[in-house]
Ligand binder design. Structure first.
Ligand SMILES: [Zn+2]
Length: 114
C-alpha cells in the first residue's frame, strides 16, 4: 500500500519536529496533498492511524487539506489555479503554461501539546 510508505515518512518528519521542540507531544499534523499526487487521503489517514496506535503518537490527529493544480504562464508569469483541466492563462490567454503545484505531499504544520 503506497499510502503506508508516505505515512511512515510523514511520521519521521513529525518525530524530528518533536525532537526539535524538546520531545514535545505532537497532537496534530496538517498535511497538504496535491490533487495530482494520486494519494488517497482516507488511505493515508488509515495508514497514519495504524502506525501511531499504541505509540507516543497515539493522540496525533491528521488534518488533510487538498491542493488544486496550479500553473504559471510562460508569457506573463501569472500563477493561477487550474479548474476543469483548463491550463490556458486567464490573464493573457497564452496556452503555454507550466505546472508549478498540485502534485505535492507535504506537512504544513505540526501542533504540539501546550
Ligand atoms: Zn499569461
Amino acid at each position: 500500500m503506497h499510502e503506508l510508505g508516505i505515512a511512515k515518512s510523514l511520521l519521521d518528519i513529525v518525530r524530528d519536529e518533536a525532537r526539535r521542540h524538546g520531545q514535545a507531544r505532537a497532537v496534530a499534523v496538517g498535511v497538504r496533498i496535491g490533487e495530482l499526487s494520486g494519494v488517497n487521503s482516507k488511505a493515508l489517514i488509515f495508514g497514519l492511524e495504524s502506525l501511531t496506535k499504541g505509540t507516543e503518537f497515539d493522540a496525533l490527529e491528521a488534518r488533510i487539506e487538498t491542493a488544486s493544480q496550479r500553473n504559471r504562464c510562460t508569457a506573463c508569469n501569472h500563477e493561477f489555479l487550474v479548474v476543469n483541466h483548463n491550463t490556458i492563462c486567464p490573464e493573457c490567454g497564452e496556452s503555454q503554461t507550466q505546472l508549478i503545484g498540485g502534485d505535492e505531499i507535504e506537512i504544513v504544520y505540526v501542533e504540539f501539546e501546550e
